[in-house]
Design a protein around this ligand. Structure first.
Ligand code: C2O
Ligand code: CU
Length: 554
């Protein structure tokens, strides 16, 4: 095992993610940020300097559990203070498990500004994956708005709220095409856009995956979208699902698959199609009425020229509201035989009802009628040092009124702000039942991909309507997949189980950036007395900042 050192500077820069010039948040003048490659067991050390001039920054290592280093989780107000302009914070953490991960900003809506990149962890030297391949490619999926992120934040926070709308573009590895279409030869796409003309050197030129015929390739796909749920398909090529969120799957074949924000997958493809042709990789929107064209990349067989556009039209994304398609995919996901299985009991079951609400006329999301508003002092330092004034000492509720009608807009839409913590008994088995409901408008219930920091959880099952205890009978305790992100479908529920065995304070939230910004999250804490020394740089704000000053001067 090695230590891998990186020196990064976060800066605003001009970019052209979808060919239109825009301000993006970059790392070392790159957008998306550099891909980190490491091996399981390595220590990653990132010296992160904030060059943003007027705002703080943090970076979260999505999917990395931060065993023993909860202060390196990179969540403002939870694990650390935001890094001030011109200051440097050192993230040092172990990547203990091979898999496909990514990183992103976790302060305000900086992820939407383009602060993200991939983190690929290979198996230890001399070890093998449970599948074989000849080469690999990474596809980092995101969505893009032309409106700047500060304006988006303001839109969501004013009264009445101004919804930011659907993204202008979908990006693959930070590239999309806004005012032209690559697939102009296939009038079936009906976009009415002119054909794109590329020399291939443009910053927004499409990705081309160069493959040899009759080989097996691994595609690592990660979604860091702010809003969009996506579906990916490749013309004429089936895909074998083998990994999700850094955990192996019982392999299964698909023609296309859904990927929600916060999820990663590895798929294997066999390049056994006509080698004198090229093929589209297409990514389209699911779960919301799409107003964004598909993103396209090209699978290029090296026996032909890369500039030859595919003869087949790009695969059509399944209808946006074909939820049965999404559910049947989610229900097919199983852990590879031999993976850790969940405890058969739970010590505590927390029901989390997500609702859209109003507070003084502001539009918010709430969990059990509490809309999360993060405190100025990060929880980790506050709990460790017993600073009881740092946040609400009262725990948020473990459940909600069972008479709540999830099929209708809330009869009383008023909610309240809160920043209390679910204190979990160390090493206990926790069940979370995510319960979806109707939003403020009639006949609207949205998809929410929930992401847990610091742990993987088992996804025990999905169901329709209101969860009831008899639904336990259909939990999969035999081979449920381990994940760090799981979706809750409209008007449905999702059951998760995890072991609270990682000392620290951990966010659990909807990975849709505007939803989190509007309060859709909760905070879990466990075993904080077991946490080692938190670096001072993580504590230098709020009440922990005052505490440090008193220590220095008295
Ligand atoms: Cu990738 Cu708290 O999120
Ligand atoms: Cu959400």
């Amino acid at each position: 095992a090695k230590a891998r050192h990186f020196k990064w500077e976060v800066k605003y820069m001009y970019g052209a993610p979808d060919c239109l010039e825009n301000v993006v948040m970059g790392i070392n003048d790159q957008f998306p940020g550099p891909t980190i490659k490491a091996r399981a067991g390595d220590t990653v050390v990132v010296h992160l300097t904030n060059k943003l001039h007027t705002e703080g920054v943090v970076i979260h290592w999505h999917g990395i559990r931060q065993l023993g280093t909860p202060w390196a989780d990179g969540t403002a107000s939870i694990s650390q203070c935001a890094i001030n302009p011109e200051e440097t914070f050192v993230y040092r953490f172990k990547v203990d498990k091979a898999g496909t991960y990514f990183y992103h900003g976790h302060y305000g809506m900086q992820r939407s500004a383009g602060l993200y990149g991939l983190l690929i962890v290979d198996v230890e030297e001399g070890k093998k994956e449970p599948f074989q391949y000849d080469g690999e490619f990474n596809l980092l999926l995101s969505d893009w708005w032309h409106k700047g992120v500060h304006e988006q934040e303001l839109d969501l926070s004013v009264k009445p709220m101004r919804w930011i709308g659907e993204p202008q573009s979908l990006l693959i590895n930070g590239r999309g095409q806004y005012n032209c279409t690559l697939a102009s030869a296939h009038n079936s796409n009906g976009s009415g856009l002119p054909g794109c003309k590329f020399r291939g050197t443009e910053r927004c030129a499409p990705n081309i995956l160069h493959v040899m015929p009759n080989k097996t390739y691994r595609l690592r796909v990660a979604s860091t979208t702010a809003l969009a749920s996506l579906n990916l398909a490749i013309g004429n090529h089936k895909m074998l699902m083998v990994e999700a969120d850094g955990n192996y799957l019982e392999p299964f074949w698909v023609n296309d698959f859904d990927i929600y924000s916060g999820e990663t997958y590895s798929v294997l493809i066999r390049t056994d199609q006509n080698p004198t042709d090229n093929y589209w990789i297409s990514v389209g929107v699911r779960g919301r009425q799409p107003a964004t064209p598909q993103a396209l990349a090209i699978l290029h067989y090296q026996s032909t020229t890369a500039s030859k556009l595919p003869t087949l039209a790009p695969p059509v994304t399944p209808r946006w509201n074909d939820y049965n398609h999404s559910k049947s995919f989610s229900n097919q996901i199983r852990a590879l035989a031999g993976s850790p299985t969940p405890p058969v009991i739970n010590h505590r079951r927390i029901f989390l009802l997500n609702t859209q609400n109003r507070i003084d006329g502001y539009t918010k999301w709430a969990i059990n009628n509490v809309s999360l508003s993060l405190p100025p002092t990060p929880y980790l330092g506050a709990i460790k040092h017993g600073l009881r004034n740092a946040f609400d000492q009262k725990s948020p509720p473990d459940t909600f009124e069972k008479t709540y009608d999830i099929t209708r807009p809330p009869s009383n839409p008023n909610s309240t702000y809160g920043n209390g913590v679910y204190m979990l008994k160390f090493n206990s088995y926790i069940d979370v039942i995510l319960q979806n409901a109707n939003a403020l408008n009639a006949n609207v219930s949205e998809i929410h991909p929930w992401h847990l920091h610091g742990h993987d959880f088992w996804v025990l099952g999905y169901g329709e309507g209101m969860f009831s205890t008899k639904d336990e009978g259909m939990f999969n305790l035999k081979n449920p997949p381990l994940r760090n992100t799981a979706v809750v479908f409209p008007y449905g529920w999702t059951a998760l189980r995890f072991v609270a065995d990682n000392p620290g304070v951990w966010a659990f939230h909807c990975h849709i950036e505007p939803h989190l910004h509007m309060g859709m999250g909760v905070v879990f804490a466990e075993g904080v007395h077991l946490v080692g020394n938190i670096p001072n740089e993580a504590l230098s704000c709020g009440l922990t900042g005052k505490m440090l000053m008193n220590k220095t001067y008295h």
